[in-house]
Design a protein around this ligand. Structure first.
Ligand SMILES: NC(=O)C1=CN([C@@H]2O[C@H](COP(=O)(O)OP(=O)(O)OC[C@H]3O[C@@H](n4cnc5c(N)ncnc54)[C@H](OP(=O)(O)O)[C@@H]3O)[C@@H](O)[C@H]2O)C=CC1
Ligand SMILES: O=C(CO)COP(=O)(O)O
Length: 329
């Protein structure tokens, strides 16, 4: 009989008992996740860079460390965590949606490179934090190549109004959540211009193969983009004014400057940075990303919202072909 290594055996126990979690980032999402975990009777330490508890004290002895900070702080946070002796029995989790501008890597890849022997899990799905804070039902994906760890944290966060599914595709789950933020800006523009339900539906539907083409090229599994962390998150974000990315697009369509929109938002809208990094990735990898490209040009101030719409409508006519994205594994 195959015996699991000692660290795996310890991680497996997390699904049956209260655990200690360090949640890093006390913004909207970190706070909502901390609330879920605390309601499930786990011990939660909510850390923020401006708080009184040091990072060392927040993570010492934690069974699970979950990072829910904005993308711009991830590289620095991981460097700080690396200097602390974090045992391999600690499951590392990330709930950030974005690309690092310097390396173009996603948070889970940054974590896994820094901690090659740890289980690194992604939590991602259609999870508008305001609805979750209000106790409305929602579902999410917990993705980790280490299935024992995925199952363990699935139980840590599951509740009667937060349903958790496991997956073994952390990169795909993370890319779905990251790439849809750019689409949400595009759909916000569409709504801000009052282009109607047909246009919104066409935009979301055509964005799916774009997200799948980029996401699978970067290593995600095609089917992941059809699940909660892909299509699910895209639908939630593109159809709700609670989405900050959607609100960025909506404001731009009303003629506001990006600076004004972001100031009024006063909160993180990762799609802005993602559109810039994605532009670099698409150029580097020769990927076609027409919707994201128009968002990039709009954010840069090179074109107006109406010009972005016209550019998409005037593209060369073609077949509606999904073979490329469905066969790309
Ligand atoms: N809100 C939501 O509905 C959801 C958000 N997400 C993702 O979660 C991430 C965080 O979003 P959200 O909580 O909403 O954003 P907020 O703007 O509410 O909070 C951002 C958090 O990141 C922290 N932070 C920012 N920069 C740094 C840094 N350089 N070092 C350390 N911490 C930093 C902030 O700390 P401080 O308070 O000190 O500034 C704050 O805790 C984003 O990637 C977002 O896409 C994912 C799913 C749902
Ligand atoms: O990722 C989210 C919902 O799943 C939150 O979307 P926004 O960052 O656009 O608010």
């Amino acid at each position: 009989m195959l015996v699991a290594p000692a660290s795996q055996q310890i991680i497996a126990t997390y699904k049956n008992r209260p655990v200690t979690l360090a949640i890093l980032g006390s913004g909207a999402w970190g706070s909502a996740l901390a609330h879920i975990a605390a309601t499930n009777h786990h011990t939660v330490r909510l850390w923020s860079r401006s708080g009184s508890v040091s990072l060392r004290n927040a993570v010492v002895g934690a069974d699970v460390i979950l990072s829910a900070i904005s993308m711009k702080g991830v590289l620095d946070l991981v460097t700080q965590l690396k200097s602390l002796a974090i045992p391999e029995t600690t499951v590392l989790m990330t709930a950030t949606k974005g690309f690092d501008p310097e390396t173009t890597l996603t948070p889970s890849v940054i974590f896994q490179q820094a901690f090659p022997n740890h289980a690194v899990a992604v939590l991602s799905g259609p999870n508008l934090s305001k609805e979750i804070e209000a106790g409305l039902p929602a579902a999410t994906v917990i993705a980790c190549v280490n299935e024992t760890a995925a199952e363990a944290v699935q139980h840590v966060f599951a509740s009667d109004h937060f349903r958790t599914y496991t997956s073994t595709d952390p990169l795909g789950a993370e890319l779905g959540g990251t790439l849809k933020n750019v689409v949400a800006i595009a759909v916000g523009v569409c709504e801000g211009l009052n282009l109607g339900s047909n246009a919104r539906s066409a935009l979301i539907t055509r964005a799916l193969p774009e997200v799948m083409r980029i996401g699978t090229h970067l290593g995600g599994h095609p089917e992941t983009f059809l699940g909660l962390s892909g299509l699910g998150d895209m639908l939630a974000t593109c159809t709700s004014a609670l989405s900050r990315n959607y609100r960025v697009g909506y404001g731009l369509a009303q003629g506001k400057s990006l600076e004004q929109v972001l100031e009024e938002l006063g909160s993180t809208a990762e799609g802005v940075n993602t559109a810039y990094v994605l532009h670099d990735i698409a150029q580097r990898e020769q990927l076609s990303a027409p919707i994201s490209q128009q968002v990039y040009l709009l954010l840069k101030g090179d074109i107006s919202a109406t010009e972005a719409v016209a550019a998409l409508m005037e593209r060369k006519l073609k077949a509606e072909d999904y073979q490329e994205v469905l066969q790309c594994e």
